[in-house]
Design a binder for this molecule. Sequence first.
Ligand code: SF4
Length: 162
Amino acid sequence: MLKKILDSKSCAECRLCCKFDRYDAWETPVFTAEICERIRSAKPETEFVTKDGGFIFKVKELDEDELFSCPALTETGCMLGDDKPFDCRIWPYRIMEVGGRRAITIASICDELYNRPLSQLAGFLKEGLADAIFSYADAHPEIVKPYYEGYPVLMFEKQELL
Ligand code: SF4
């Protein structure tokens, strides 16, 4: 979904968004039941837990600086190809609940996008991405994460005036 602004070569060389530490385990992607089965057939040891109708993978106990890779990550990249979870297709944009309202934020860990001008990041949302994100979240509320400190808010969802 971000091919216009984020080239796949940069992502392939980085893969930081597919690795997690003990503080950002909450950031792991939400999978559908079908994707869980696909991952399990390749890596039967993977365990999942439910999250508001979706599934997230179970993270083992981690040491202070230990990193944990998403079970879908392989030597050659994500095994899911174009069927990546929605969370991953919009990364580093995130949808969060901020003070009772849904908003689109951005993760600072993605150097490639975070260092772009704000006008470009917000502009891309206005070209249809924001509508796609809010609409997907209507059908899949499990992808909306509680607001996490340090994630700049780029756009709040429009609210009808009474
Ligand atoms: S599903 Fe694929 S893109 Fe998403 S975190 Fe896992 S390996 Fe990375």
